[in-house]
Design a protein around this ligand. Structure first.
Ligand code: NAD
Length: 475
């Protein structure tokens, strides 16, 4: 059995123990044994990052560009093999896995360019003869804590801008999916990233993650995960004076109007709600449909969902891979039972026999927006269908949520699409597109309880990973 160690100060280091990484399509298959870091390993990684910071922050844009560009090239060259690893450890279908790896490579290439574009500003002071210079400097040592559902894209979209801006990094990936993060660490090492600049500390959230959040030598934490964990991290970061960025859950609405192209709307809803097994923070989990379109929409949605093949992530016929683990499957099934208790008619949703955690996508018909199934994030292939009278009621229902990550509308009406774009209380709006599926060169993030702090991705990522310094110059 292969073992995978943590990367601290450029050395591969044993953990206090090793934990198996299990394939959710086939629980008999162990992908490898991965080190689990304790608090001491986090301390050592933070010390290594602190020691490497003066060199890396002064290394200049060409050096940072070269490392990130080389990492992007290596990831791209290995995208099929790494996509297979991703599908085996997380359960996305192979095309989805390869797509996510390709995205990680593109992110590294984009931020290789951003390393060269970290411009400041120079402007005259209001006092005659004095100039003002505004520049961006690294925050320092940053801790990155990532979830299991995008095991290579999220580590990439945090690590690449952090490094591009001259910071040193500790990455703690989710317990369930350390394999892709280990590959990123290995690839960065092969790409010439100096010792200590990027450190990998795989381990439990309550041990390694908690130590990172509490550590006095870490200046900032970027976290993606659940609301409960994010809220605790924010409180602790306030107490230890750390900059914090949180990306959390969603209960994303897709509003389908009478005038929508129903086939296209159904495609967008099936994709948004069920692809990647519904395990996307941007998944369309509330399908809000106006009265005149409702019945035809539901017929087409049920038929399209029925055609989806659930199975092993590596099987080329599979549309929907397994749920990530037994806990998530149990949670999904309990929400399906709750949907019936709350009065919905449920189509699909059953557990599928097999060596993994397979579940058919579930549609909750006759749902209201007040039901728990429409308010709480399930994080599985489950969607409520909520009937509304018209666009105005649909918009009000879409906005009636504690989350505000992504919101979509399917319509042929320019007036409604434009009004929705302006008034949807979400960080991202999709018109005639699934709520999930975003670009890497533009900002990503939400409103309300979905996000906290500056946006991720694109040029906006620098808002979190740099500190602005203002200097006044008198001749
Ligand atoms: P989670 O909160 O359980 O874990 C996320 C990470 O936090 C893991 O690495 C975990 O080990 C770590 N962690 C757990 N307890 C910790 C603690 N006390 N201190 C420090 N770190 C700790 O979330 P998850 O189950 O891995 O991911 C699913 C959640 O992530 C969903 O709610 C989903 O919506 C959200 N998510 C959000 C986005 C987004 O960008 N908005 C993207 C993907 C996933």
């Amino acid at each position: 059995m292969d073992t995978y160690k943590n990367l601290i100060a450029g050395q591969w280091v044993d953990g206090v123990q090793f934990a198996p990484n299990i394939n959710p399509s086939n629980t008999g298959e162990v992908i490898g044994l991965f080190a689990r870091a304790d608090g001491g390993a986090v301390d050592a990684a933070a010390e290594a990052a602190r020691a490497a910071l003066p060199g890396w922050s002064a290394a200049g844009p060409q050096m940072r560009h070269n490392v990130l560009d080389a990492a992007g090239n290596l990831i791209m060259a290995r995208r099929e093999e790494l996509g297979r690893l991703l599908s085996r450890e997380e359960g996305k279908t192979l095309p989805e896995g390869i797509g996510e790896v390709t995205r990680a490579a593109q992110i590294f290439k984009f931020f290789a360019g951003e390393a060269l574009r970290l411009a400041g500003e120079m402007l005259p002071s209001v006092r005659a003869g004095i100039d003002v210079m505004i520049e961006r400097q690294p925050v320092g040592v940053v801790g990155l804590i990532t979830p299991w559902n995008f095991p290579i894209a999220i580590p990439a979209w945090k690590a690449a801008p952090a490094l591009a801006c001259g910071n040193c990094v500790l990455l703690k990936p989710a317990e369930l999916t350390p394999g892709c993060a280990w590959e990123i660490a290995n690839i960065l090492k092969q790409s010439g990233c100096p010792d200590g600049v990027f450190n990998l500390v795989m381990g439990e959230g309550s041990v390694a993650g908690a130590r990172m959040v509490a550590h006095p030598g870490i200046d900032a934490i970027s976290f993606t995960g659940s609301i409960a964990t994010g809220r605790d991290i924010a409180v602790q970061c306030a107490q230890t004076h750390k900059r914090v960025q949180l990306e959390m859950g969603g209960k994303n609405p897709m509003l389908v109007l009478d005038d929508a192209d129903l086939d296209a709307a159904v495609d967008a809803c099936v994709n948004g709600a069920f692809f990647s097994t519904g395990q996307r923070c941007t998944a369309s989990s509330r399908l809000i449909v106006t009265d005149a379109a409702h019945d035809a929409f539901v017929d087409k949605l049920a038929a399209a969902t029925d055609r989806l093949i659930v199975g092993d992530a590596l099987n080329p016929d599979t549309h929907i891979g397994p749920v990530v683990d037994q806990n998530q499957l149990t949670q999904n099934l309990s929400y399906i039972a709750l949907a019936r208790e709350e009065g919905c008619e449920v189509t699909g949703g059953g557990e599928v026999d097999g060596p993994g955690f397979f579940q058919r996508p579930a549609i909750f018909l006759g749902a209201s927006n007040q039901m728990r199934i429409s308010r709480e994030e399930i994080f599985g292939p489950c969607a409520s269908v909520i009937r509304v009278a018209d666009y105005e009621e649909g918009l009000a229902v879409a906005n009636d949520s504690e989350f505000g990550l992504s919101a979509g509308i399917c319509t042929a009406s320019l007036r409604c699409a434009n009004h929705f774009r302006r008034h949807a209380k979400a960080g991202m709006v999709m018109v005639n597109l699934p709520t999930a599926g975003v670009d890497y060169h533009v900002p990503f993030g939400g409103t309300k309880r979905s996000s906290c702090g500056p946006r991720e991705q694109g040029a906006y990522a620098r808002e979190f990973y740099t500190v602005v310094k203002t200097s006044y110059w008198s001749p």
